[in-house]
Design a protein around this ligand. Sequence first.
Ligand SMILES: [Cu+2]
Length: 200
Amino acid sequence: MGASPEILLTILLFAMSCVWAFPEVASAKHAGITRHYKFNIKLKNVTRLCHTKSMVTVNGRFPGPRIVAREGDRVVVKVVSHVPNNISIHWHGIRQLQSGWADGPSYITQCPIQTNQTYVYNFTITGQRGTLFWHAHISWLRASVYGSLIVFPKHNVSYPFAKPHKEVTIMLGIQLPFFYFSDDLLFVYSRVEYKHFGLV
Ligand SMILES: [Cu+2]
């Protein structure tokens, strides 16, 4: 025997009220695809300014790999630490809707990832597009652990400007990689931090 019209109507009304109450969840579930990335945090010898240093990198790359997604996509990044340092990754500029635990600041939304441990970041990009970046969010590791995070518009949605002839991603390290190759990194970095907070 089939369900009565009243029951069907009740189910329909309940489903509609859920979509009305949680539109982001509803659209996130059906809007895009899931994109998987793996970040192996490991040491790598990098040469700049005639000096070679062992640096903390993602997948041995500096800057690290780019993340590419479309608005509405879910991004899943498995981060595995192979370095002695504690680390976490912040997805700079991403609005974490109902996924605050994926934001990344160490000691704020998560404990840092320790040596030989793994953390999976899982978030959906909702209502934003453009070029952002990701970076380590603990101590001075952000000096070498960073990369671009590009969010394209949804399929069949145009840019809010004329379509560019070509797109090139430019990463500007904030001078820290330059100082990294001098022996004064920690001194310089502490000055930058203090300046950032208006202390000097
Ligand atoms: Cu950030």
